[in-house]
Write a protein that binds this ligand. Structure first.
Ligand SMILES: Cc1cc2nc3c(=O)[nH]c(=O)nc-3n(C[C@H](O)[C@H](O)[C@H](O)COP(=O)(O)O)c2cc1C
Length: 341
């Protein structure tokens, strides 16, 4: 098994769950952890909002013992506020590392000069990384997108390394590409070749074979998986098993996948994170690709409340006798003593 290392943190394995706003909350990260992901990162949170003490933004750093090691991702452009918010989150949640976002392509983020908007300002990137790494006790990492030109992209990756980051994730798409088109593995490979810190490859990893291809082609130290994990945390078991043994595991049984959904709901209840809109989306994600799902989707779209979604999802649960029914999974989790630290 390969071990990804971040600062003095040696991980079991090399698979990382991508930070995804609106997806990778604590309950979802816990599910991925159960299926063997090596490392998880919070949804990005705004440094400006953390400095203003916005509770929702601060709470994005919520963690618990079962998901460690974990990192908190920050987004911002003012070095002072990034450092203040990072320090505050470090003291409050004791994450194993802090990550900075230099990749988000959303208009409302780049118009404030944050996310991938920073890729046009290499000097400011250097200042941010330097100030953060001097402020923090925990390791600092960065996640970036590529630019059109390889030389310019490498220049930024080098600045990130030189300024004190312990590892870097490279998403092989430009800001303009958003989430479409191919991830440029040649750029990722080129950056890996030139840097001494660990490089994590991101983009276009969706199954066992693509994972192995990206790992072998780029020679990177780790793989970060985003969209392929949405509604499918089991992907981490499949990919890690394949990378270790070369064997492809059977698809997850429908009942087990629904069990994951019910567990997600129970965890959300436990952490007071359950909302109707989130659940509606999550129910669709966890049933994607299942047989006869169209009818269920239409029904879910008509719902107005959480209970109705749950009823529809329970109706899909045709798991074999002997397995725990949905209600029992939920009850068991609700009785368990899950703690937030
Ligand atoms: C719904 C969604 C939300 C995302 N939110 C974040 C985020 O908060 N921080 C971040 O660095 N990247 C974010 N990303 C980008 C992913 O981390 C990842 O870089 C991208 O999806 C490419 O990986 P993939 O091809 O495996 O999906 C988001 C992507 C999606 C689809």
């Amino acid at each position: 098994m390969s071990h990804l290392t971040i600062g003095n943190l040696k991980l079991k394995g090399n698979l990382v769950l991508a930070p995804m706003s609106g997806v990778t909350n604590l309950p979802f990260r816990l599910l991925c952890k159960r299926y063997g992901v090596s490392l998880v990162i919070s949804e990005m949170t705004s440094s400006e909002a953390v400095v203003r003490q916005n509770p929702k933004s601060i709470e994005r750093g919520f963690t618990c013992a079962d998901e460690r090691p974990m990192g908190i991702q920050l987004m911002g452009s003012a070095p002072d506020n990034l450092a203040r918010s990072a320090y505050f989150l470090q003291e409050r949640y004791r994450p194993e590392f802090i990550d900075v976002n230099f990749g988000c392509p959303a208009q409302e983020i780049i118009k404030n000069g944050c996310g991938s908007g920073l890729l046009r300002k290499p000097e400011l990137i250097g200042k941010i990384i330097e100030q953060l790494s001097q402020t923090l006790e925990v390791p600092l990492t960065a996640k970036m997108r590529i630019l059109k030109d390889f030389g310019e992209t490498l220049k930024i990756a080098r600045i990130i390394e030189k300024s004190g980051a312990c590892a870097i994730t490279v998403h092989g798409r430009t800001q303009k590409q958003g989430y479409s088109g191919k991830s440029n593995l040649d750029f990722i490979k080129g950056i890996k070749k030139e840097l001494s810190i660990p490089v994590i490859a991101n983009g276009d990893i969706y199954d066992e074979k693509s994972a192995r291809h990206v790992l072998e082609y780029t020679d990177c130290d780790g793989l970060m998986i985003g969209r392929a994990a949405i509604g499918h945390p089991y992907i981490f078991r499949r990919i890690s098993h394949y990378l270790e043994t070369g064997e492809i595991l059977p698809e997850q049984e429908r009942g087990e996948r629904l069990g994951d959904f019910f567990e997600y709901v129970a965890l959300c209840r436990n952490y007071d994170l359950l909302s109707f809109n989130d659940l509606k989306l999550t129910a669709q994600w966890f049933t994607k690709g299942m047989e006869n799902v169209k009818k269920v989707r239409v029904e879910i779209n008509k719902t107005q409340e959480i209970d109705s979604i749950m009823e529809i999802m329970r109706g899909m649960d045709d798991r074999a006798p002997g397995r725990l029914p949905a209600d029992e999974i939920i009850e068991q989790l609700e009785r368990s003593d899950l703690q937030i630290i």
